[in-house]
Write a protein that binds this ligand. Structure first.
Ligand code: FPP
Length: 264
């Protein structure tokens, strides 16, 4: 049974129904988001960058709630990249503490709401307290059947690919796998996301037109929606626009449309 969302302080959009402009039958199964622009949002308001990140958490809670209520099956977000360690130490520390406090405060609610939480990335390099909270969150929610919510933390796409190559090389070295048998399916099994279908839609906020080392393998055929909205301002209208954009695309996966192939 899915319990309506009750997470956090803003309960205004508790049971927000999906806008009728959207086609329920053509929703993406899996949405990935690069949540960008927290710092610029704060700067624009003459506030410290940290306030931008705190506001970003609220936007994330709302987005997760909307995706769950509208029937999206998987939401994967880029919370901290392997490159983000190069930010000022105070900002990195703030972000780690923020992740800890969000997990502590929200995990019971997420569990009640049937959300299945997972973390993706080199988790062993995160602070030990955060690692423990992550383990608890995964364990607590692992049998939930609602939306799968994947948080990428200390994640880098190239590093994930190198890690997969190392795992396959090890298996080949011990004679478990013949190199000639390595194909896309076997490779995919070694990725952090092996149990999920690839994202259908990538949303990036704040107008940047880059993938920034996010899910390099998995985004091969994703539709990309870029919005100028800064992440803390991302809301129901922004998500609706992203989904309308997605529904306006023809996905061909390298093939051709039936119509154009008939005409050619
Ligand atoms: C990018 O904005 C944002 C981040 C690096 C952090 C995103 C994290 C959150 C929204 C909190 C998520 C919390 C949990 C528990 C998953 P930026 O700082 O790069 O902004 P800028 O490009 O404007 O400087």
């Amino acid at each position: 049974m899915t319990v309506p969302f009750i997470v956090g302080t803003d309960n205004k959009s508790l049971n927000t129904a999906m806008p009728t402009s959207l086609d329920q039958d053509r929703l993406p199964n899996h949405i990935a988001i690069i949540m960008d622009g927290n710092g610029r949002w704060a700067k624009q308001k003459k506030l410290p960058r940290t306030i931008g990140h705190t506001a970003g958490v609220e936007a994330l809670k709302k987005t997760l709630r909307l995706c769950s209520n509208w029937g999206i099956k998987v939401l994967t977000v880029y919370a901290f990249s392997t490159e983000n360690w190069s930010r000022p130490k105070e900002e990195v520390n703030f972000l780690m503490k923020l992740f800890e406090s969000v997990l502590q405060k929200e995990i019971e609610f997420l569990n009640l709401e049937d959300v299945r939480v997972d973390f993706i990335g080199e988790l062993k390099e995160l602070p030990v307290k955060l690692q423990d909270l992550i383990k608890e969150a995964i364990k607590l929610t692992k049998n939930n059947t609602g939306i799968c919510f994947n948080v990428c933390a200390n994640y880098g796409g190239r590093r994930e690919l190198v890690r997969a190559a190392q795992k396959l090389a090890n298996r080949a070295m011990i004679g478990e796998l013949h190199p000639a048998l390595i194909d896309e399916n076997i490779f995919k099994e070694e990725l952090f996301t092996s149990k999920f279908a690839d994202p259908d839609l990538l949303i990036r906020t704040s107008g940047e037109k880059r993938i920034s080392n996010f899910l390099l393998w998995q985004l091969a055929y994703a539709e990309i929606h870029i919005t100028d909205v800064y992440w803390p301002d991302f809301n129901e209208v922004s998500l609706t626009n992203a989904l309308l954009d997605f529904q306006s695309r023809r996905r061909r996966f390298g093939g051709v449309d039936q119509i154009s192939s008939d005409q050619s």
